[in-house]
Design a binder for this molecule. Sequence first.
Ligand code: SF4
Length: 238
Amino acid sequence: MRDKVLELNREFKNSDTKEILEFFLKAYKGKIAFSSSFGAEDQVLTEMILKIDADAEIFTLDTARLPYETYDVMDKTNLKYKTKIKVYFPKSSDVENLYKYQGINGFYKSIENRKECCYVRKIAPLKRALEGVEVWITGLRAQQSISRQEMELFEWDEANGVIKLNPLLLWSQEDVWTYIRSKNIPYNALHDKSYPSIGCAPCTRAVEENADIRSGRWWWESPEHKECGLHKKEIKKC
Ligand code: SF4
């Protein structure tokens, strides 16, 4: 599979985002899915994907700790595209155990607790969402953080057994916002309040002007830990 990924990176090196999406949404119909967290990049991809295939599989992970503004843009997105993006929730028994073990905001106390919370609320539901999927589309961009600069257009995700496709890899933040404004795409209101990257409410805060885009995520941790595990090459249960 790694050879296939190398080949895909060579083959699609000079293709634009729309061409790549058109090809893969058709070639992998029924085995391709896009995960959205309703951030600016994901809203660009939702627009592009649904224009190509109105029935394309789009899902989100509702951790039950999301900000109100994320539910608001979720609703606006469903209404605009006359769709109902699929939602995966964590298992209630897992959340109950998590609460028993670390309390309601235990993720602030240690990296282990934080990773356990992300595992229960994001990674385990993601595994269910990716069952039967061969190509997973994400809205990741290389410029988003130091941990994403090594990313490629296609990657092999060993933990989930899927090819990851990052069609916005080389887009700049300005490219994203120009596209959103030109198409009048709904976006999360927190982006206008200095939140360039938005996750769960207790783990996201506003950033200073010109600060690292993801510095408001898990701000109490060092930059190399600032991933929830969804986009790490090796995903382990913590
Ligand atoms: S981002 Fe925070 S609240 Fe959300 S799953 Fe991870 S640790 Fe839990």
